[in-house]
Design a protein around this ligand. Sequence first.
Ligand SMILES: Nc1nc2c(ncn2[C@@H]2O[C@H](COP(=O)(O)OP(=O)(O)O)[C@@H](O)[C@H]2O)c(=O)[nH]1
Ligand SMILES: [Mg+2]
Length: 242
Amino acid sequence: MKKAKKVKVSVVIPTLNEKENASRLVSKLLQIGKANPMDLEVVVVDDDSQDKTGEFIRNKFRGKKVRVFIRRKSRGLGTAILHGIKRTTGDIIVGMDADFNHDPNLLPRLVRNLKNSELAVASRLAKGGGMEDWVRIFPTYVFNSFLYWVLRFPTMDNMSGYYAIRREHLFSLPLKQMYVGYGEYHLRLVYLAKKKGMRIAEIPYYSPKRKYGESKSRLVNMFFKYLSVSFNLFLEREIKND
Ligand SMILES: Nc1nc2c(ncn2[C@@H]2O[C@H](COP(=O)(O)OP(=O)(O)O)[C@@H](O)[C@H]2O)c(=O)[nH]1
Ligand SMILES: [Mg+2]
């Protein structure tokens, strides 16, 4: 019998001082790739971490389908992810964090969901999902409810940062304007995907706390930034000439 063609999946992971997490995550992803009908490559974009995350991953996974890009001059989460996206070769692109806030075991399910949708988003707030960090649950829930019910955002969790999308659909979006700043790229991604008429699947997942390293998020700054980006998307002032 003829073997089914494996789908080629590229996972883009931004890192900043994530040596412990990133090395465990990449090992896990390579295992998941082997155990599922997919041809998986990992693309790590490191912003010249002091703990040498980039160099460490590059050496540890030499000869595997892991490519590491170390940005010596540029900084910032959004542009780091775009740097990685541009260098992917897969038909499906997955975005996720390095710190296990995003459960790698969910990846095959996200990919499978692209059969009936154009964008599959992992969601902490869909039925069956959740998060361990109780300090963040309440503000995350309130803010997302506001986005969903008032500003008509398409998902219950519009800031998860964990998603799968087909290459041609991702590249049909204004990537340079989307992937700037910190985590607000995800707001732009779901909002613009909806505007383009893409079907969005929301897959529940439980987000555990990170075990190693530290969060780089500055929550108060993020709140005001996310609020302003959300309003600007709603008022069609966020993206020029799309
Ligand atoms: N390349 C790069 N990665 C970053 C930067 N800031 C954060 N990250 C990575 O982005 C992901 C999410 O960051 P994290 O601090 O866990 O955010 P939190 O989950 O909101 O607390 C992690 O994989 C970080 O290592 C950055 O400036 N550059
Ligand atoms: Mg995190």
